[in-house]
Design a protein around this ligand. Structure first.
Ligand code: FPP
Length: 254
């Protein structure tokens, strides 16, 4: 079996262990109601709470949310400011509830550009919840899939330069260890809301064997029943990881 092929394949009927979501449609939700786009983001924060609760209830191991991409800096300055404020206020208001629900919070992305207040609060929230053993909630902020691969390559190169790693040993499996989510279960299910069918530079490396699911629902309207529908679609798919359908049915990994 090749290096970076996850094994063993999950059979039909399994629920995803790791779900990632591109929460799209906040702006359109607001525009449909003649509200400013930022009202859509505020409503989107409520959907985050609903979906986190639903994941806790379902016993999903990891939920990774795309909160702010490395390309979102191209948005109007005012919208960015309001989004940053919303992250901080949501973190402040939710951290106690998340901790009580045994959620372990982690942020991925290039955070040095955020205000020191936000960075401090992010690391405090991580520290406060790091011993929790329930849902691992990963918030991707100023994250890009290409950035993740580049930072992994940079770390590997640094290890090569000090003799900790040999160039010939740099296989996909080894590079994987330097990527952001390497210590977590493989990504099983990628969901994008809002009707667009794009990856938008989210978890490029981790998407290699994920199932893709696109929902028309705008993110502020997304709820537990939508997650349920996505999980049901996931459960009906046959994941082959390069094998034939017959091999998977027979449970053969040869
Ligand atoms: C994409 O919708 C959404 C975002 C860029 C921001 C996501 C932020 C939240 C859901 C708010 C709170 C999140 C956390 C983690 C506290 P869009 O604005 O591109 O929508 P559009 O495509 O309809 O314009």
């Amino acid at each position: 079996m090749s290096d970076n092929v996850p094994a063993p394949p999950l059979a039909r009927g399994w629920q995803p262990r790791h779900v990632a979501i591109v929460m799209d449609g906040n702006g359109r939700w607001a525009q449909q109601r003649s509200l400013p786009r930022t009202a859509g983001h505020r409503e989107g924060a409520k959907a985050v709470r609903r979906v986190v609760e639903a994941c806790v209830e379902r016993g999903i191991a990891v939920l990774t949310l795309f909160a702010f991409s490395s390309e979102n800096w191209r948005r109007p300055r005012r919208e960015i400011e309001i989004l940053m404020n919303l992250f901080l206020t949501t973190l402040r208001s939710e951290i106690r509830r998340l901790d009580a629900a045994n959620v372990c919070l982690r942020f991925i992305g290039d955070h040095h550009v955020f205000s020191s207040t936000l960075q401090d609060y992010m690391s405090k929230a991580e520290k406060r919840t790091m011993q929790n053993t329930g849902l691992r909630l990963v918030i991707a902020a100023n994250y890009g899939g290409r950035w993740d691969i580049a930072q992994a390559a940079r770390q590997a190169a640094a290890d090569i330069s000090v003799g900790r790693l040999r160039v010939d040993d740099l296989t996909p499996e080894v590079l994987h260890r330097y990527t952001c989510l390497a210590d977590l279960p493989e990504l099983d299910l990628f969901i994008r809301t809002g009707g667009e069918q794009r990856i938008s530079n989210f978890l490029l490396w981790q998407l290699a064997y994920a199932e893709l699911y696109f929902s028309e629902r705008l993110w502020p309207d997304y709820d537990a029943s939508d997650l349920e529908a996505a999980c049901a679609a996931f459960a009906s798919r046959q994941r082959r990881f390069g094998q034939t359908g017959e091999q998977v049915v027979q449970g053969s990994h040869a």
